[in-house]
Design a protein around this ligand. Structure first.
Ligand code: CMP
Length: 139
C-alpha cells in the first residue's frame, strides 16, 4: 500500500533516550503507528536487512552498529508516507539534514543517524514484513 512506510529508531537514538521524543515528532507530523516493536538485531539479521548494501565499504560497520543495541521498529501510515517520512527525517548525513528534521536534531553521525526510513513503497512493504507478521500489523 502506498500509504505506509517503515522506520527504525536506531541504536544510537535509543541509547541516547530519544525514543519518546522521536515518536512524538512522528505522530505530530500526522503519521499513525500501525505496528511497533522493541527488539535487537544480530549482526547476521542486520546483514540480511541491509543486503542491498552488501558491496558497500561501510557494510560491516553498519551491521555491527545496527546490532550494537536495541532498536524500535515501526510501520507508519499517512498519505504519501514514504516521501513525507523522508522529509521528516532529513538527509542521511545529519550534517546535510535540514533544520528541524529528526536526523538534524537527534543523529550523532553519518552512520549513527538516529532513524531509518524506507526509500520506496516496495521496500516499505518488504522491510515491514521483515519485523512484523500480518497478525502484528494493525489493518
Ligand atoms: P540508511 O540510509 O537508513 O540505511 C543505510 C545506512 O548505512 C545509513 O542509513 C547509515 O546508517 C549508513 N551509511 C550510509 N552511508 C554511509 C557511509 N558513507 N558511511 C557509513 N555509514 C553509512
Amino acid at each position: 500500500a502506498n500509504n505506509r512506510t517503515f522506520t527504525m529508531i536506531k541504536p544510537d537514538a535509543f541509547k541516547d533516550g530519544h525514543t519518546g521524543a522521536i515518536t512524538k515528532m512522528i505522530e505530530d507530523a500526522g503519521f499513525s503507528i500501525k505496528a511497533m516493536k522493541l527488539t535487537q538485531l544480530t549482526s547476521e539479521t542486520a546483514g540480511e536487512f541491509y543486503a542491498v548494501h552488501r558491496e558497500r565499504p561501510f557494510y560491516n560497520d553498519l551491521c555491527a552498529y545496527m546490532s550494537s543495541g536495541p532498536i524500535v521498529a515501526m510501520i507508519l501510515e499517512k498519505d504519501n508516507a514514504v516521501e513525507d517520512f523522508r522529509k521528516l527525517i532529513g538527509a542521511t548525513n545529519p550534517a546535510d539534514a535540514a533544520e528541524g528534521t529528526i536526523r538534524k536534531i537527534f543523529a550523532r553521525s553519518l552512520e549513527s543517524n538516529a532513524v531509518h526510513g524506507s526509500d520506496s513503497d516496495e521496500n516499505a512493504a518488504i522491510e515491514g514484513s521483515f519485523y512484523f507478521s500480518d497478525l502484528e500489523k494493525i489493518k
